[in-house]
Design a protein around this ligand. Structure first.
Ligand SMILES: NC(=O)c1ccc[n+]([C@@H]2O[C@H](COP(=O)([O-])OP(=O)(O)OC[C@H]3O[C@@H](n4cnc5c(N)ncnc54)[C@H](O)[C@@H]3O)[C@@H](O)[C@H]2O)c1
Length: 254
C-alpha cells in the first residue's frame, strides 16, 4: 500500500519531545523525509536519530521558533537538506504559567503570546514563502489547544494565544487557499507528554480538572494527535482547509 506522505518533505517544530516528536515519527513512517526542529539540541537530535534508526530519513535543525532569523534559517536548511518543502506542522510552544488575570505579570503574558502564537505566525510566514515559490501548493498544520475553545479560568494567556492560533489558521487558509496551500489546526485535549507532566507539577491546581477532561476517561497519547496531522497533511485531505480538528477523547463535548 502506498504510504500517505510518500515523496513529501516535511518540517516539524518542537519535534524534540511529546506531540512534536510523535508527529515527526509519523511523518517518517508514512514516507516523508523529515526536518526535525527544536531549540533543545539533545532531544531534537535524538528524534532525528530515532527516525533514522527506524529506517526513515531525517535531519535535525536547531531553531528557536520565536526568533525570526532562526525560523528563516530553519526553513532554508529544510530546503537545502531535501530540496523542497511540502508539509509542515508547527507544534512548538511553551506554556508560561497560570493564575488570575489581576495577579498575572505583563511579562509572562507577553512571553506566552510570543512562545505560543507569534512563533506559529513566524513559521507560517516562512513556510508559505517557500511553498509559494515552489508553486505546487502544500499543507500546514498548526497545533492549537482545547484551552482555546471556551473560557478557561486562570489560564487566560495560553488560552488567548491558542485562540489566536485558531483565527491565524483560518485567516491564513483564506489567504493562500487559491494557491493550493491548505492550512488547518489540530486542537489536542489532554495528552500525556513531558510538557504536560511538567505543567501538572508546576500548576497542581489545574491538574485535577485536566485529568478528567475527556469523556473517554483517559489521557490521550501523542501518536493520536500525530495520526490526525498526517491525515490533514496528506492528499486524502485535499479539499480540507481552514479547519480546527479537536483530538481530545470528547473533551470539547463534555
Ligand atoms: N500535552 C497536552 O496535553 C497539550 C494539550 C493541548 C495542546 N498542546 C500543544 O501541543 C504542542 C506540543 O505540546 P507537548 O505537550 O508535546 O509539549 P512538550 O513540552 O512535551 O514538547 C514541546 C517541544 O517543543 C520544543 N519547543 C518549545 N518552544 C520552542 C521554541 N520556541 N523553539 C523550538 N522548540 C521549542 C521543546 O523543546 C519541546 O521539545 C504545543 O503547541 C502545546 O501547546 C499540548
Amino acid at each position: 500500500m502506498t504510504k500517505l506522505l510518500a515523496n513529501k518533505v516535511g518540517l516539524v517544530t518542537g519535534a524534540g519531545g511529546g506531540i512534536g516528536r510523535a508527529i515527526a515519527e509519523a511523518f517518517a513512517r508514512e514516507g516523508a523525509k523529515v526536518v526535525v526542529a527544536d531549540f533543545n539540541e539533545e532531544t531534537g537530535a535524538e528524534t532525528a536519530q530515532l527516525i533514522r534508526d527506524a529506517g526513515g530519513e531525517a535531519v535535525f535543525v536547531r531553531a528557536d521558533v520565536s526568533d525570526e532569523a532562526q525560523v528563516k534559517a530553519m526553513v532554508e536548511q529544510a530546503v537545502k537538506s531535501f530540496g523542497r518543502l511540502d508539509i509542515a506542522c508547527n507544534s512548538a510552544a511553551v506554556s508560561r504559567g497560570s493564575g488570575p488575570i489581576h495577579k498575572f505579570e505583563r511579562k509572562v503574558f507577553d512571553d506566552t503570546l510570543e512562545m505560543c502564537l507569534t512563533n506559529s505566525w513566524l513559521c507560517l510566514k516562512h513556510e508559505v514563502e517557500v511553498m509559494l515559490a515552489q508553486g505546487e501548493g502544500g499543507s500546514i498544520v498548526n497545533i492549537s489547544s482545547n484551552a482555546s475553545l471556551r473560557g478557561q479560568a486562570n489560564n487566560t494567556a495560553y488560552a488567548a494565544a491558542k485562540g489566536g492560533v485558531n483565527i491565524l489558521t483560518k485567516s491564513a487558509a483564506a489567504e493562500y487557499g487559491g494557491k493550493g496551500i491548505r492550512i488547518n489546526a489540530v486542537s489536542p485535549g489532554v495528552i500525556r507528554t513531558p510538557g504536560l507532566e511538567k505543567y501538572f507539577e508546576e500548576q497542581p491546581q489545574m491538574a485535577a480538572g485536566l485529568k478528567s477532561a475527556a469523556v473517554m476517561n483517559r489521557l490521550g497519547e501523542p501518536v493520536e494527535i500525530a495520526e490526525a496531522v498526517v491525515f490533514l497533511c496528506s492528499d486524502r485531505a485535499s479539499f480540507i482547509t481552514g479547519q480546527l480538528l479537536s483530538v481530545d477523547g470528547g473533551g470539547a463535548v463534555r
